[in-house]
Ligand binder design. Structure first.
Ligand SMILES: N[C@@H](CCC(=O)N[C@@H](CS)C(=O)NCC(=O)O)C(=O)O
Length: 239
């Protein structure tokens, strides 16, 4: 889908146009259009696209990363020396690290609903964001490379099983948490943490393997599917 046919973007542009008129729209798009660098299939790029849509921000995206423009080119390395996507450009400001980008967007663009200011509520969102980027992400890495990417470097069955066991263990932690909240991962309301964790749950269900019954995770997956942003960027057929 091109960004021009994206219904959420059309809504955002219409909102800007109606609130400030054509002059405001032109000046907004020239000076404040966010650029997301990274291929649309990347789970970490998808977090940023989804967050932008939750915040009804205008954005454009460029395809960078394996299969597309080379992140090892000097031009890209000047933006992110790790040679990884996503990178966000907001005017002259450049930021990498997907969960940091989510926090930045909420802080910069009135996203308190996704990232509450109260210390305890914010810490709970941060806890699950960091858990997703560290423990959960690390656990699936080997199994995902083997079972989905079919990587020739990830064929050791012992390591595949160890990765699956660790992944399942963390998903059970998530299941227990969601059973307690009965709603979203940080509590009653949808937050930035659900963007990172929701994409991870999509990856869990989209990976060909046994999925032990986790009723609260299944309910959560259904709850997320009520959000247009999740259908566009999360549960969209890409693991
Ligand atoms: N911790 C980083 C990880 C970023 C990452 O692993 N990006 C992958 C795609 S999901 C990447 O850039 N791979 C190299 C490539 O595609 O060329 C973040 O969350 O932003």
């Amino acid at each position: 889908m091109t960004h021009d046919s994206d219904p959420l973007r059309q809504y955002a542009v219409a909102t800007i146009a109606s609130s400030g008129g054509l002059a405001a729209l032109i000046s907004f798009s020239e000076t404040a259009m966010l650029t997301i660098l990274g291929k649309r299939s990347s789970i970490n790029v998808r977090k940023v696209m989804w967050a932008c849509d939750e915040l009804t921000l205008a954005w454009r995206q460029e395809d960078w990363g394996s299969g597309f423009r080379d992140t090892r080119s000097p031009e890209f390395l000047a933006l992110n020396p790790n040679a990884m996507v996503p990178v966000l450009r907001d005017g002259d400001f450049v930021l990498w690290e997907s969960n940091s980008i989510l926090r930045y967007l909420a802080n910069r663009y009135d996203g308190e609903v996704l990232y509450p200011r109260a210390a305890h509520a914010r810490a709970r969102v941060d806890q699950w964001l960091d858990w997703q980027a560290s423990d959960l992400n690390r656990s699936w890495s080997y199994a995902f490379m083997a079972l989905v990417r079919k990587s020739p470097q990830h064929t050791d069955p012992v390591q595949v099983q160890a990765s699956l066991d660790a992944w399942r263990g963390f998903m059970q932690v998530l299941d227990a948490r969601l059973e307690k909240t009965g709603a979203f991962v940080a509590g009653a309301g949808f937050s930035l943490a659900d963007i990172a964790v929701g994409l991870s749950v999509n990856r869990w269900f989209a990976t060909p393997m046994d999925h032990p019954r986790m009723p609260a995770v299944m309910d959560y997956f259904a709850r997320l599917k009520e959000r247009p942003g999740f259908l566009l960027h999360g549960s969209n057929g890409v693991p």
